[in-house]
Ligand binder design. Structure first.
Ligand SMILES: Cc1cc2nc3c(=O)[nH]c(=O)nc-3n(C[C@H](O)[C@H](O)[C@H](O)COP(=O)(O)OP(=O)(O)OC[C@H]3O[C@@H](n4cnc5c(N)ncnc54)[C@H](O)[C@@H]3O)c2cc1C
Length: 289
């Protein structure tokens, strides 16, 4: 590993100033669980890491506002999300997802900001937060902006975050009667990186599906919204045939990649099955309430 400068700014503004440079090897460091792996394998050789650890005090709170919006600071660890009673009550899917995300040691160190900014298409959190209509609050040299998690990824390991921009928090809107599900398919251990992740959020009214969100990840080069399958479902009665058709449409529209977790052909077949199952599970949750 080659030498690099490690700086520990005391404020978000100072961190942004230190990151606002033409050098693409200057990066923020949060939990370090992803970036250190990349450095150890020589994929990433930074000239400077800007540690956000001193910002944890101000940016690791989990709060709920009077309109029911959940705010999770970027420096919140995945373990804190997993064990938060506020999260459990207002976004119960998140703690559930954490149980099978990596392992306890990783979740104790990894942060929500890092899990969103890393841009690895195999991450579990992006499709889940996208299905929940969450937004990232990014702070940069030009001020603050909100980016829907659904629009955060530009490509493989690539986000739309600009030079000097840091994820400060993520905002999750109230559920408004919608039911959400994440189905993670792993080909080795249960808590392994997924071969496919499918997240959905469904809301019904007058017997038909009104609110439909459907995202796939891991099998794809970047998290992908399954827009054609969503359109097929919206406005229709959620009968078994419709869910099966949506699975088939999703498998047709998604661009799947081969990797160590399985062949593209296998993953296309998985998409059809897991989309159907995710939709079915979300509808069952609704009928149980
Ligand atoms: C053994 C192992 C198993 C794993 N299994 C899974 C799994 O099953 N599912 C899964 O989803 N993930 C898995 N992971 C990945 C893990 O979730 C990520 O490593 C972690 O979420 C990254 O968070 P971090 O805080 O450690 O980020 P860091 O490593 O500190 O940073 C990651 C990237 O994000 C950038 N960054 C960090 N914070 C910010 C910020 N606030 N704003 C802007 N950019 C920022 C950094 O510059 C870097 O590019 C696994 C990791 C390991 C080591």
């Amino acid at each position: 590993m080659r030498g690099f400068e490690l700086v520990r700014p005391a404020t978000l503004e100072e961190a942004i100033r230190l990151l606002d440079t033409d050098d693409p090897t200057v990066r923020p460091l949060s939990g370090g669980t992803a970036i250190m792996q990349m450095m150890k394998t020589g994929i990433f050789k930074p000239s400077r890491l800007v540690s956000l650890s001193s910002l944890a005090g101000d940016h690791s709170a989990i709060t709920l506002d009077d309109k029911g919006f959940l705010s999770i600071g970027a420096m919140t660890t995945l373990a804190a999300v997993e064990h938060s009673q506020v999260v459990l009550q207002h976004a119960p899917l998140l703690p559930k997802v954490m149980k099978r995300l990596a392992n306890v040691r990783v979740r104790n160190a990894a942060t929500v900001g890092g899990a969103l900014a890393h841009g690895d298409p195999h991450m579990d959190l992006p499709p889940v937060l996208a299905a929940l209509d969450a937004e990232v609050i990014a702070q940069g040299p030009g001020g603050q902006r909100r980016i829907p998690v659904a629009d955060l990824y530009a490509g493989y390991f690539e986000t739309v975050l600009q030079r000097g921009e840091i994820i400060a928090s993520v905002s999750v809107p109230p559920r408004n009667g919608c039911n959400s599900v994440y189905r993670k398919t792993t080909t080795r251990t249960a808590d392994d990186w997924p071969a496919l992740g499918v997240a959905t959020s469904l809301g019904r009214g007058e017997g038909v599906l009104q609110h439909v969100r459907l995202f796939a990840s891991a099998a794809t080069e970047r998290m992908t919204r399954l827009g054609s399958a969503e359109a097929h479902l919206r406005g229709n009665r959620p009968e078994a045939k419709l869910l099966e058709e949506a699975g088939r449409i999703a498998a047709q529209e998604v661009e799947v990649i081969d990797d160590a977790h399985g062949s593209a052909a296998y993953k296309v077949a998985l998409v059809a099955v897991q989309v159907r199952r995710a939709l079915h599970e979300a509808l069952q949750q609704g009928s149980e309430q």
